[in-house]
Design a protein around this ligand. Structure first.
Ligand code: HEM
Length: 160
């Protein structure tokens, strides 16, 4: 399994299998959130709830398993660097917006399952959920830019 993750990727860039898989799964999660959005518009709130809960859970796995370690190694520890300024800038903006999406998105899911204290139980679902959806969307677009910066544009692609 570890060997497969570190094997060359399948998208024809300098990325390994893990990075290509992360990109595709991130786009898939955004697709799930968009289906969930559509279900809410149609008033199918129970289906909406479970689709969005699945998307948020998959996002947690992707961030904790496949994004945090490369961030630590190639941004915080600058392993194999220094690289172009855009490498650090694009990744840091992606991580910053992604952090907000992660916190708000998971908070919204916990609220939806009534797992937050009464004081934090907002009722303006549309405002909170549209904001969470927008943040996930921007984060995904920034994630695609990050992939491009790391494995296509940079002169020293990270190897892991
Ligand atoms: C357990 C989790 C969730 C529950 C129980 C839930 C429930 C609801 C409900 C009841 C509404 C309708 C609000 C209204 O019409 O006033 C709604 C709308 C919405 N939800 Fe969720 N939701 C959950 C998770 C999420 C997540 C994680 C996202 C974002 C990724 C999200 C995105 C949206 C959006 C964008 C709308 C607005 C749709 C519109 O414009 O009509 N939801 N949700």
């Amino acid at each position: 399994m570890t060997n497969l993750l570190h094997a060359p990727g399948f998208l024809g860039t300098s990325a390994n299998f893990a990075a290509d898989m992360t990109l595709l799964l991130s786009i898939l999660v955004m697709g799930l959130f968009s289906i969930g959005f559509y279900l809410a518009r149609k008033g199918r709130y129970d289906a909406h709830k479970w689709v969005q809960t699945s998307g948020a859970a998959m996002n947690i796995v992707l961030v904790l398993w496949l994004m945090l370690l490369p961030y630590r190694d190639f941004i915080l520890r600058d392993s194999g660097g220094p690289r172009e300024g855009s490498f650090y800038l694009v990744t840091s903006i992606h991580a910053g917006v992604g952090f907000l999406a992660f916190i708000l998105g998971n908070f919204v899911v916990l609220r939806g399952h009534r797992l937050v204290p009464r004081k934090l139980q907002f009722n303006n679902y549309k405002l909170f959920m549209r904001t969470a959806y927008g943040l996930y969307l921007v984060t995904t677009l920034l994630g695609i830019s990050t992939y491009y910066t790391w494995f296509v544009a940079t002169s020293k692609p990270p190897v892991f």
